[in-house]
Design a protein. Sequence first.
Length: 136
Amino acid sequence: MFVNNKNIKIRFYEKMIFIRIFEENLLKLFDEGVLFGTTHTSLGQESLAVALSETIESNDIIFSSHRCHGHYIASTGDAKSLSTGISEALITTEFGLIVAIPSLIFHALLSRKAKGVISSMERTSIGFINGMPSRK
């Protein structure tokens, strides 16, 4: 896409800067321990997000699965709702881990207990079968 209009170039550049500032602030929050977990920023890929946002129609849908913050911001200009989504995802992940880790431990204990019961039943069955008189 070759753009020769100065106003359009400025708009593209402003979008790229906006994405860069958002992503740098996101990483800063991770470094400060305000956010935890992991994130994959689109630093260095801002122009791709802006180019994509400028070539789609208003009713087009974008499915991003990796480094998608830039795509969202370039397409919507709405960093606040993206921030809310990231926050909700991190909280959900934290609560998911709070439930999942004890569940995994409990599952391991129950599995071990079940294997012990099954083993005991097998030994008893073999002893019972071996103790039966043979048929001739």
